[in-house]
Design a protein around this ligand. Structure first.
Ligand SMILES: Cc1ncc(COP(=O)(O)O)c(C=O)c1O
Length: 347
């Protein structure tokens, strides 16, 4: 699939040689393909509402740098994506965490927090790390008083039903961040921002100190892949679904005290242990050949010490083996052993 897309991209490349190849907004081909991706899902979008970035993470960095001043408050889901936490704290913002409860997002809490915030950052589609998806009712109800960034990196990974509607259908002022990292491949390093052209202009002005544009061949290949609907492959989703189910079964078998709701999409399951052992478990698990990210990485103030994020991106047999080994690591902890490993990098 990638080979064919890159072959087409190389054929198209010469028409870009008339220009120098630096473009802060992205190629017309990919901006058009991303706009179509929104349009197909019911959100009219023009190519000039899209800026192509080097992945969603780059988009978040660019938005933080452009929209935030030191000591601004940023509303976040709690837990949330760890690199977003770092992005906002490195912009010297203060975080306003709003707890994600077992039923999902609490609109009253979010509305109240947004009144005290300069920016909100939410992951409503198959949230990282919990896998939760915001209900259509909550989407319709939310009226946040501050500018809102919506991370739609996981949108295409709906495992049990249709994909959620683009958030901006309900909140037209929302700035949306997207990516093909989860739906196609992270190595493409292609993401985007959907926003009004005046904001994209501010972002384009801020961009050169970080980078001068996104590689053209990768953009052309991604446009081919999006136009061919390769971000919506039912075979890939079927495989991911069966891996999720295998992981869930392995938890029931090897770690029966652990609670984990089955996520409706995304790539991770948020497992809760009866005891606050997450950091110690993450430190000892490599001794058993398993690398995991401890719960506190996904929050602030040392929260989530009972939680572990478990990605189901490996083949089912490896997932079952990993959980068997994790159970051995947990047993070792109860026998007083400790691990010495430093935290694993989180994606
Ligand atoms: C919620 C969320 N946002 C952004 C990213 C970064 O995505 P990208 O690879 O497009 O930079 C990730 C990666 O895991 C993620 O989970």
């Amino acid at each position: 699939m990638l080979h064919a897309a890159f072959a087409t991209a190389l054929e198209q490349l010469p028409r870009h040689f008339e220009r120098h190849g630096y473009d802060r907004y992205g190629t017309a081909e990919l901006r058009g393909a991303v706009a179509d991706w929104y349009r197909r899902r019911g959100l009219p979008t023009a190519p000039d509402h899209i800026m192509i970035t080097n992945g969603a993470q780059h988009a978040l960095g660019l938005l933080a740098r452009t929209l935030l001043s030191p000591r601004d408050r940023v509303l976040i889901d709690h837990p949330t994506y760890p690199h977003a936490i770092r992005t906002f704290t490195e912009a010297r913002a203060r975080l306003l965490p709003v707890a994600l409860v077992s039923s999902g997002w609490d609109t009253a809490q979010l509305d109240a927090a947004a009144r005290a915030a300069q920016l909100a950052y939410l992951i409503p589609d198959f949230h990282n790390p919990t896998g939760m998806c915001m209900s259509p009712r909550v989407r319709r109800q939310l009226r946040l008083a501050c500018p809102t960034v919506i991370d739609e990196t996981m949108t295409d990974l709906a495992l049990d039903g249709p994909k959620p509607e683009p958030f901006a259908i309900h909140m037209p002022t929302a700035v949306s961040v997207g990516s093909v990292s989860k739906s196609i491949w992270g190595g493409l390093r292609i993401g985007w921002i959907r926003a009004v052209p005046s904001l994209l202009e501010r972002l384009a002005q801020a961009r050169p100190t970080m980078d001068l544009g996104t590689p053209v061949v990768e953009q052309l290949a991604t446009a081919v892949l999006l136009n061919e609907r390769q971000a919506e492959r039912s075979d890939a989703l079927r495989q991911l679904r069966s891996q999720r189910d295998a992981l869930s079964r392995a938890l029931t078998e090897y770690l029966p005290d652990v609670q984990a709701a089955l996520p409706a999409g995304g790539v991770t399951l948020w497992a809760a242990f009866p005891e606050p052992i997450s950091s110690r478990l993450a430190a000892i698990a490599p001794d058993y050949g398993v690398t995991i990210a401890a719960g506190p990485r996904f929050g602030i103030g040392g929260a989530f010490e009972r939680h572990i994020r478990l990605p189901y991106t490996l083949p089912s047999s490896q997932l079952a083996e990993a959980i068997r080994r994790l159970a051995q690591a947990q047993l070792a902890l109860t026998r007083g052993m400790t691990g010495t490993h430093t935290p694993a990098p989180v994606v």
